[in-house]
Design a binder for this molecule. Structure first.
Ligand code: FES
Length: 590
């Protein structure tokens, strides 16, 4: 069928203030009519009619990759989203973005998160999308997509790929990747032989989907739902469940409504929404990584997350969700127990119930509409929690002037107040070379220190904060030690581990001044981490310190990253992506 209006009239008719659909963001040739003419000529090569292209255009991010099993169900999710978009009168158009899997990202997935955020933001803005459905899942993907959505200003809704199912070994459930680390520790200690470790290797991740413990992927899916940026219930539905596809279909329908009403991510991701997400982060015993990611997303929204206020909130909000590594269950069980709504119902005293969500209801209305399950045992009550305070504590002290983090709900409690002798590793390479040396001078009550593993130092702030117990101590039965670094840690790990020390050692932080044999005092109750060396000696060491990172011989993305990545307390985003500091602080307490 021919169009009723000539192209130049169409442009003149519709482009006065806010062009819609296929007319949005025309490629610049100096002639808007020609730009649309050319665009339509090319997209007709794909078989679209003018009638189809008159509908609201809903972009759908294809983050599927054969290197990313956590996104192995993306093709099915895309089909379901497209059904929903079509049902609501929109036109779905799928486009690719970077896909990041934790185990297929050198040097680290965190190094690539900002690249994915740049890619996603620019493609959301460059292409004619009235709204975008963001399909994310593996750890860094949803954070990158939320950062992008906040900056692009295009209406957006997230659908997570969902958690994988659990595996089984000798009558025991297995979860990636808490049990990856646990069994690797047993193998290192000689408790598991070569044959059994390879059997376990084939059982740890039995289906597509994200890690099914309370790692970063689960944490980000749940906090994104709490932020209001994904549909109620969508965080915990297993990746392989048919219900996930119905939730994806719903997400497609909602995207069309967001497009029609021009509801942007900044309308949803308000200070109240971040406050809700941070309360949920404590209550689920969530991953330490999530605080960096939420800080980065909030900063893109012009909101500063105050670390000390977050810590204060954590002294009141208990850990309620009984999931590994803090508890006993897995994401499929949280889904059976009612998903995030079961947590939100208990958390009501600390939530902003009037915060809006993408489906048009407030968080409070969603909670009221959900059905409690009195028989479930996965989400505890405030009166009988898993852990009496929030899972994460913010530390300060002369070792961490700009803060550090410890997941104290997943640590040996007797180590949370501890003073020990530093055993220092200068880098990841040094750690790999010496940690299992039988001659390493180390005892169980020492403090393992890893330097140069922060955002710039490694680079990419690897999940290396979970330093392995030296083999000779592991073989003696030592399961946990105080370990400190400027690195991150997988949310699936367990231990008395101080992370995200800022400023990092490679940027001149005091961590870089620690010597073997120095005494380090961790006092989690007092929220402090200190190097017990006098100021004069520290000044002498600082005068002799040389920065380990130079960018003069670097090129491309690595140069961009090294010169512009910020520290943990500002979310490790690029400095040039942050809105001007406007002094707003998320009100994390009611
Ligand atoms: Fe993708 Fe764990 S490796 S979520």
């Amino acid at each position: 069928m021919q169009r009723a209006l000539p192209f130049h009239k169409l442009i003149m008719t519709n482009s006065k203030d806010d062009p819609k659909g296929i007319q949005r963001g025309l490629t610049q040739y100096g002639d808007a009519g020609f730009s649309l003419f050319l665009r339509k000529a090319f997209i007709k090569a794909a078989g679209y009619s003018d009638e189809a292209l008159d509908r609201p255009i809903i972009g759908v991010t294809n983050t599927g990759s054969e290197f990313n099993p956590c996104h192995g169900n993306v093709p099915q999710i895309i089909e379901a989203v497209k059904r929903g978009v079509m049902q609501a009168g929109g036109m779905p158009i799928v486009f690719p973005t970077i896909s990041i899997h934790e185990s297929f990202a050198h040097p680290t997935s965190m190094y690539l998160r900002n690249l994915m955020a740049l890619d996603t933001e620019e493609m959301m803005r460059a292409q004619p999308c009235d709204a975008v459905v963001l399909i994310g899942g593996c750890d860094k993907t949803i954070p990158a997509q939320l950062m992008a959505a906040a900056s692009a200003g295009v209406p957006a809704v997230v659908i997570p790929t969902g958690p994988m199912m659990t595996g089984h070994h000798k009558g025991e459930r297995l979860g990636a990747c808490t049990d990856c680390r646990r069994y690797w520790g047993k193998y290192r200690a000689g408790e598991v032989d070569d044959k059994e470790i390879w059997e376990i290797n084939a059982k740890l991740a039995p289906t597509v989907g994200t890690c099914m413990v309370m790692g970063t992927a689960s944490t980000m899916a749940l906090t994104t739902e709490a932020l209001g940026m994904s549909l109620s219930g969508s965080a915990a539905i297993p990746a392989v469940a048919s219900e996930r596809l119905r939730s994806s279909e719903d997400t497609g329908r909602i995207a069309v409504t967001l497009a029609r009403n021009r509801v942007t991510p900044l309308d949803i991701m308000t200070p109240k929404a971040f406050s809700n997400a941070l309360a949920v982060l404590h209550a689920i015993g969530g991953s330490t990584n999530a605080l960096i990611h939420l800080t980065a997303v909030a900063a893109r929204c012009g909101i500063k997350i105050d670390l000390d206020a977050f810590d204060q909130l954590g002294r009141k909000v208990p850990v309620l969700v009984d999931l590994k590594p803090s508890g006993a269950h897995y994401m499929e069980h949280l889904h059976e127990a009612g998903g995030l709504n079961a947590v939100l119902r208990e958390l009501k005293p600390w939530l902003h119930l009037d915060a809006p969500t993408v489906d048009g209801r407030t968080l409070g209305e969603i909670i009221e509409a959900s059905e409690p399950d009195p028989t479930q045992t996965v989400v505890k009550t405030v009166a009988d929690p898993i852990y009496p305070t929030g899972g994460l504590a913010v530390l300060h002290g002369n070792l961490a002037p700009d803060g550090a983090l410890i997941k104290h709900s997943s640590a040996t409690q007797s180590l949370l107040q501890h003073t020990g002798r530093a055993v220092v590793f200068e880098s990841l390479e040094d750690l790999a070379l010496r940690i299992d040396d039988p001659d390493l001078d180390v005892k169980a009550d020492d403090v393992l220190v890893l330097k140069n593993a922060g955002p710039k130092g490694a680079p990419g702030m690897p999940e290396a904060g979970y330093l392995p117990i030296p083999r000779k101590l592991a073989q003696q039965g030592v399961k946990d030690m105080v370990r400190i670094s400027d690195a991150r840690m997988s949310g699936t790990a367990f231990g008395a581990i101080v992370l995200h020390i800022a400023p990092e050692s490679a940027a001149g932080g005091p961590l870089g001044l620690v010597h073997n044999g120095d005494l380090i005092r961790l006092d989690t109750q007092a929220r402090s981490i200190d190097l017990l060396v006098d100021d004069a000696e520290l000044a002498r060491r600082r005068a002799a310190w040389q920065p380990p990172v130079s960018t003069t011989k670097e090129r491309g993305y690595r140069k961009l990253y090294l010169e512009h990545v910020t520290q943990a307390e500002t979310g490790c985003d690029f400095d040039f992506m942050l809105p001007e500091a406007d002094g707003r602080v998320a009100p994390v307490l009611r």
